[in-house]
Design a protein around this ligand. Structure first.
Ligand code: G3H
Length: 254
């Protein structure tokens, strides 16, 4: 659009798209590290993206985090026509309730006037408990819905920031540091090459599944996330990235 052409955001979008070699990029004005409302602007762009890409009867899987929480607030009842079923992409990752995928999933459905299903599983599961829980019919049903989603919307975080926020055990944080993780998304930690170096054990969508989903939208902004975005996108070329000017300018500077 005209405004974006004038402000140079279109040019930034073109540059980031070719730099990261990904499907599509949307850059909103501002830096979410400095202004919290910028996350909501990314949310607005995300809703536009959903309307453009989804037809009727869609299953949308969402992750947790403060960005996705802001995205949820921007969902509008216009999405009702699409008839969306929202599901959490993965089980608990150790976040506070407000940042959990379940909470965000329910909020999105409420704002978009859609339906939702939740994944009621504890964050930390022993192998035995995990094996028996995935056999539970009620859980199995939600896991099947998650696996058949047509869209995944997720955040990207800085690895150490995320590990610390989730009160990860100190041995695990050590491992994440030693393996030089720089990015985190849906419980997976990536090094700067975009290789998985650690993973939180929980149910739901796995990285292999994400690669098969038709529409994947990553929403992440702020100059402090540039390194994480760059690393994560190395293995997510078919994703759409919604970011902000702060992250985009930092990505170009690097
Ligand atoms: O799941 C968490 C995301 O990877 C990043 O979280 O949006 O709060 O930075 P955030």
């Amino acid at each position: 659009d005209m405004m974006k052409e004038v402000s140079g955001l279109k040019d930034l979008e073109r540059k980031i798209k070719s730099l990261l070699d990904i499907k599509d990029v949307i850059v909103v004005a501002g830096d979410s590290d400095l202004s919290p409302w910028v996350k909501k602007e990314m949310g607005r762009a995300c809703v536009a993206c959903m309307k453009e890409r989804l037809t009727s009867q869609s299953i949308v899987a969402v992750t947790g985090g403060t960005t996705l929480a802001a995205v949820a607030e921007m969902m509008t009842p216009e999405l009702k026509q699409i008839d969306i079923l929202f599901v959490p992409a993965r089980g608990g990752l150790g976040e506070d309730v407000k940042n959990q995928a379940n909470t965000i999933c329910a909020r999105m459905a409420e704002k978009a006037m859609g339906n939702y299903r939740l994944l009621h599983v504890p964050d930390q599961l022993s192998d035995e408990a995990y094996q028996s829980m995935i056999e539970e019919p009620a859980i199995k049903e939600v896991l099947d819905l998650i696996r058949s989603s047509n869209m995944v919307i997720h955040g990207i975080g800085d690895a150490i920031t995320m590990a610390e926020r989730r009160k990860t055990a100190s041995e695990e944080i050590e491992k994440i540091k030693q393996r030089r993780a720089v990015a985190e998304a849906f419980g997976y930690y990536f090094n700067q090459e975009g290789e998985v170096v650690h993973k939180v054990k929980t149910m739901g969508i796995q990285l292999e599944d994400v690669k098969k989903v038709e529409h994947v939208i990553a929403v992440a902004g702020g100059a402090s996330k540039a390194k994480a975005i760059k690393a994560y996108m190395k293995q997510a070329h078919h994703s759409v990235l919604i970011t902000d000017e702060g992250a985009a300018r930092e990505l170009i500077r690097e």
